[in-house]
Write a protein that binds this ligand. Sequence first.
Ligand code: D5M
Ligand code: FE
Ligand code: ZN
Length: 665
Amino acid sequence: MNEIDIVRAVTEEGYQISPQAVELIKLSNSPENLLKYILSTIDDCVFVIEPEHVDLKDFEASKTVSGIISGTSPGTVSQMDSGKIPSPALEPADSHMMKAFDPSLDALKDPSLNALKESGLTLGVESDAISAFEISGSNTGIGLNIPSSKSLAPHSVADSVADSVPGSVASSIAGSVADSITDSVAGSLSNPVYSSVSSRSAEKPASSFFGHPGSPSVSSSNRVSSADSLFSNQGNAFPSNSRDEGVRYVPGRNPVTVLSDITGHSTCVGEYMQFVQYFRDRYSRLSEIIRSRTNARPIESLKRKSFRRGSDGGTEELSIIGMVSDISSTTNGHKILSLEDPTGSFSVLIRNSDKELFELASRLLLDEVIGVTGSVTNDGKLMLATKIIQPDVPNSVQRRTGSHGKAVLISDVHVGSSQFMEDAWLDFLDFLKGESDSEDMREIASQVRYLVVAGDLVDGIGIYPDQEMELDILDVYEQYRKAAEYFKEVPEHIHVIISPGNHDAVRQAEPQPALPERICADFPKNVTFVGNPALVDLDGVQILIYHGRSIDDLVASVPGVSYQEPAGAVLEMLKRRHLAPTYGSRVSISPEKKDYFIIDPVPDIIHTGHVHTLGVQRYKNVLLVNSGTWQAQTEFQKRVNLMPVPARVPVVDLADFDVKILAFD
Ligand code: D5M
Ligand code: FE
Ligand code: ZN
């Protein structure tokens, strides 16, 4: 059990832990059991586990412990961890380097807060006072104008369940579960096994990402109930090795290491606890990234007066990290976010007078994980935000260097479609074979080491209504046989990596595993099949391959993101460090143990497709490429005015990340 496992296991239970305590636990000859023991016996009012809570007596230390404890008094945050693991239980309130909330400044510029002042209430600030300028009477208990059906109920699992047949898990969950189970050819969505899974999950309360009890009022406990605990429900409480699953090395002149891939590792059977565990993994890993930049506290602690008061008794600013479970607007046009962490949920007010903050809040998506800094009202029910922090990419992120040659990035080939542009595709194959007419093209071709396909290799069958009207090849296996023939033309030294998309013959729920053996068998040896998404190392350059179905969601919900500039959507993913932030929209997400959509580590390249348009952007040393398509405009695309960019190929130089777009139309 390493440090990360210990910290994760602790935070999943709603606690934090000091590095000294982590070191002590590591010294035990049975760290897992020791940690379970600590977590099951620790006093409820403790937030930070310190060395004093670690009793090695019954969990014999394998090494001497004296050096660890001496020199650091319990509760002192060492240099190593300062800013990472706050110890609010032991630090005096005034030691936090936080800006005091100054009601005389921003707050008074806000007309609604002026209204509040006029209403005779001081800026102390009670949330009841806020209700003086908003409509009161909702069932949130804080008097704000949050639509009652949404109030404090997290979006994802709760919403999905909400509109389902009573007593069963919502269609979106059932769909993803179903897909997870079948692992087979797309289109088998009506398999009866799904309904039995849904009804098995039916009795469980599902109002929370983290398995909080079903009631909209937040539990006073700072941890999930023992029935929902990972420790009580799972044989192995610590997913310690899950992170290493899927590492696969494919040697050769142009080697490939598959670093992260669901293929062969799907654990999902669709039980309620798996959704809870999925969201916990998402939260704990994304919050860890944010925690390196802000000193956040567990949400539960905001409800304690002592934690939200400065030394002078006034309101001080503090930070929390939560998953966005609801976004709503007040009648005065302010925004209310509901944030949830493993210890509870909290409402956050974003005032529209703070233009920059409000603009950022307008781009937030349900289920993304953010940090928020602000001051809490006296009754401990509302935070007035002054800052929103997304996980983002550190400025210091370095590009991996020292590689050479070129990687050709394509997607959305759609073999089998009557709109498949075979002539252009054959020209492309000629280019790869070094048979282009132009000398320059032959020179580029001679440097190509990798060809990466980000999904929709074939058009498939039954993906959209009336699709068969636009198919040249009606049998999906025939489509793959045709594709295999094409790939036999690609020179052997070029290592081809194929990842599936929503038209391919694997489960529709993401993460999708690699194409099945029956299909792969027809392809030549230089093809490596991976899942979707997949993080792959191309001889020293890390590329994250994702088909990009979530781009449809991002275009629909983030202002300024469009199909014409698809790399902009990928940029939004990168800022959230997540490939599919919103659960339950167009992307059907299977609740795996590990959240495969988290962008960690930061890759050198993110390669997406799906929307059939081309886009290249750079953001803090990360190259974002959305490759186009080999399919001309379909009837559907005509109807929605989607102009595809076919037969254009981005070629990335692996030494300097320069991108050239080659045209084959
Ligand atoms: O998706 C190509 C793009 O077109 C992607 O943005 C989805 C959209 N699309 C295409 N056909 C449909 C239908 N029938 N309904 C909804 N959205 C559609 P691709 O995955 O390549 O088909
Ligand atoms: Fe496509
Ligand atoms: Zn697609």
